[in-house]
Design a protein around this ligand. Sequence first.
Ligand SMILES: [Fe+2]
Ligand SMILES: [Fe+2]
Length: 325
Amino acid sequence: MKNTTTTDLLEKQFQDRIDRGESIEPKDWMPEKYRKTHIRQISQHAHSEIVGMLPEGNWITRAPTLRRKTALLAKVQDEAGHGLYLYSATETLGVSRDELFEQLHSGKAKYSSIFNYPTLSWADMGAIGWLVDGAAIINQVPLTRTSYGPYARAMVRVCKEESFHQRQGYEIMLTLCNGTEVQKQMAQNALDRWWWPSLAMFGPPDAESTHTEQSMKWKIKRKTNDELRQQFVDITKPQADILGLTIPDPDLKWNEERGHYDFGEIDWEEFWQVVKGHGPCNKQRLAARNKAWDEGAWVRDAALAYAEKQEAKRAEETAPLQKAG
Ligand SMILES: [Fe+2]
Ligand SMILES: [Fe+2]
């Protein structure tokens, strides 16, 4: 009985801290569920950044100009950096990186299902930057004020880089749309394929979202899936108009009364199929990550051997000093 009371008190104090807007740091007391939820969410985010390099990595060697290649290369490298920040943030919660990688490579861990779609043309580099990174920004800006300190701080830098990603993508679209008829068609086709998966990136509707309520209370989430999705549609529709492209949704129209765009129903059946591993590229993505992991074994071994050698050398150097002291 006594233990329950202590836990209750700690939980109350913890919630009060969050309500006051204080940030929770790695060594602070936290409910086990808070820790577990964060390990799940931050590692899923990290995996998404890492797997997210694959669809675009596919086009680096085929970028149409040196300038485009440089920008795409920088963007894909940024995503690697985001993944590493986020793995570090996850580690502060007491889980090892090896364990996280194992979860990804075995297929146990989830990552954003959008990266299970293929990149069929150069225009997809534009559509991904514009829509996928655009959706990521809307998801992540509220996370810069999330309650867990290491996650919030990682998001500040990540969001700055995401806005570069969004711009380089939109600029690709703009160039294609001002080009030949075939180029504009290519851009339209990319929008047609990426629009719906981008909307699904915000997750299931609020009514069916299992984590929303608790996540709002802990300020892991500050806006609901549907609110964020609406914000994305409202921002993106005028951008499509500037490009002269048509969003593939006959129900998309301005609602004067609500002050927002109305839009059509997302195919959630397709979404869940992809989440469950039956998307067009799930197998390919996991195989690519496993291959990279296996082929990188010698680099990890070499780095470890070098670190051990350095440490032995340091120990040898300081040993006589310690004796003398
Ligand atoms: Fe990223
Ligand atoms: Fe990005």
